[in-house]
Design a protein around this ligand. Sequence first.
Ligand SMILES: Nc1ncnc2c1ncn2[C@@H]1O[C@H](COP(=O)(O)OP(=O)(O)OP(=O)(O)O)[C@@H](O)[C@H]1O
Length: 609
Amino acid sequence: MSGLFYYLNRLHSGSSPGGPKSQGSAQGPGHVASSVGLSSFRDVIAFLSHSYVGSSLKLLVLGSVVETGRRLFMWFIERFAIKYCTTIRFIQGDPAYEWIVLFLNQENVWRRSREFTVSASNSQRKWAVRAAADATVKANAEYVPMYTQPQLFRWRGYWVEIKRVGNGSNNEMPGPYAMIHGRYVATGASISVTVYTLDMSVLSDLVEEARLRYLEVNRPNVVIYLTDSPQFGPHQTWATVKHKMRRPLSSIILPEGVVDALVNDAKEFLNTENWYNEAGIPHRRGYLLYGPPGTGKTSTIYALAGALNLEIYSLSLASNFVDDSYLQRAASAIPKHGLFLIEDIDCAFPSREDEEEQEMDIMATMQLNIPRPHRGTQRTRSMVTLSGLLNVIDGIGSEEGKLFFATTNHIDRLDAALLRPGRIDHKVQYSLATAPQAHALFMRFFPAWRFSDIASKPGYDIKTETVSQLADVFSTAVPSAEFSTAELQGYLQGYKARPADAAHGVGVWVEQVREERRAREQREAERRAKRQQRKAESLAGLTVSVNTPGLPGAPGMVVPGVVVPTANGPAVPSDAAPATVEPTVNGEKTEAVVVNGTHKEEVKVNGVA
Ligand SMILES: Nc1ncnc2c1ncn2[C@@H]1O[C@H](COP(=O)(O)OP(=O)(O)OP(=O)(O)O)[C@@H](O)[C@H]1O
């Protein structure tokens, strides 16, 4: 700017920049004007070609040309991209996301990445890259590229572009989900894959290759998808993946024929889709494995999934974020031939004990000054309703063949509607270990081949008896149907190389466990008695309506108050206002109905329930 001022001043004073002083003042006005005009133009040109103002203007023009060119180029690229490429998106939580992650890792697409986050490795598949050839180093930590830039690579002669969004890879999305305008909105990580070709089949080939590679890599594993966090959005349910080593079916110790029958049933189901379609029967199959804890229900399902190449989608109804709609979404996101597993399905059906606990809670909320019961030992109640669960089971596989597996320790708590054929088609009962199971478990722990000629080896305790003889000793000493296979397994784990000690010491262990159980049962009985006592005390002073014979009042009418005494004392009438209530609860006669404002609760007055 100062150059421009200098130039204008010079013009005003009639001089050219840098030239000799003008003679204009000595000539006529017209001449002066024309001479000034010509010289001014020349001056401008001269100025522009020599001053840095001129250079700036040139740069400006050049910049505009470049920017216009760039925009034209981008416009062209966009048009080209729309016409000559195809893009697909893989969303985290969908099984296909796992395929593409593995594929890209194998293709080493991110090798140019220079930014990594490091995290202790866990069993989840991540975007980790191999940081060192040494496998032990890799096992300790995972180096996850930041992927801030899109990456381009060649695959089968085609250019493929990869972009990743979400999960902190860039700033476009804050994470798997976020609170936006007071609502949770799915913002999970995703990968977009663009293939530059007109041929659509290239893209599906790429996806298929990714899938096959994934299956190949995971051949020794069972893949388990879990829902362990409250994710939102249509693809956000199965976000966590675990890989477990396949377990041979032969390692499951059950009465003869049980495992085979189950596996054959599942195989037949998977192979007879057409039959189901032709018969007009929904292509679904439900299995219920029930019995005491630690008897092998879950192990059987994992072994079966491994044998039949099925992926497991495991969900717990006890999770506090799983309600009917979440369950519905999760089930519908399971792909064909996925194994849908609900463990401990009975938690959707409260037991009598649970209901009593809830009763105590209600009393406490009635401001009766009752201390809230200790919640530590209470089972988690599910937010899923029976009808929600039935809807989901009915929906599974209505379009595609999916297997539904449920496990429970309390089949008696399950509603008959759930157990009817069409929902549960195949039931397997598990029991505490029998003598043959104990024998088989012992033989599995101490395979004869390992102990055949070790009599002289230090550390091993076999001297005279064979493993088979020791297994006989063991299975005879373990009382039948008193211990779970898991309990026996836990005991044997303490004797890895000492089968003789294991076999001969099991009698002492049995007595110890029995003693522990007796003590636990006693504690439990005391706890129950205390709870009953608390409940009896809490009823004292309540105004109730009574329709019990022997006490005043007719069914359907609240007697003007009867104050329920403690379990020992007599009923005392009060003068509370009468009100009409139902004489029964759920169609069953009640002994008394507690009335408190708008709340009405069934209780048993005599011999407190
Ligand atoms: N019948 C069995 N055969 C082989 N191993 C078993 C068997 N039962 C239990 N186990 C072993 O005990 C452990 C627990 O078994 P698992 O989880 O399958 O029992 P579960 O019946 O599903 O128990 P829960 O009802 O508590 O879920 C596993 O390590 C498993 O190897």
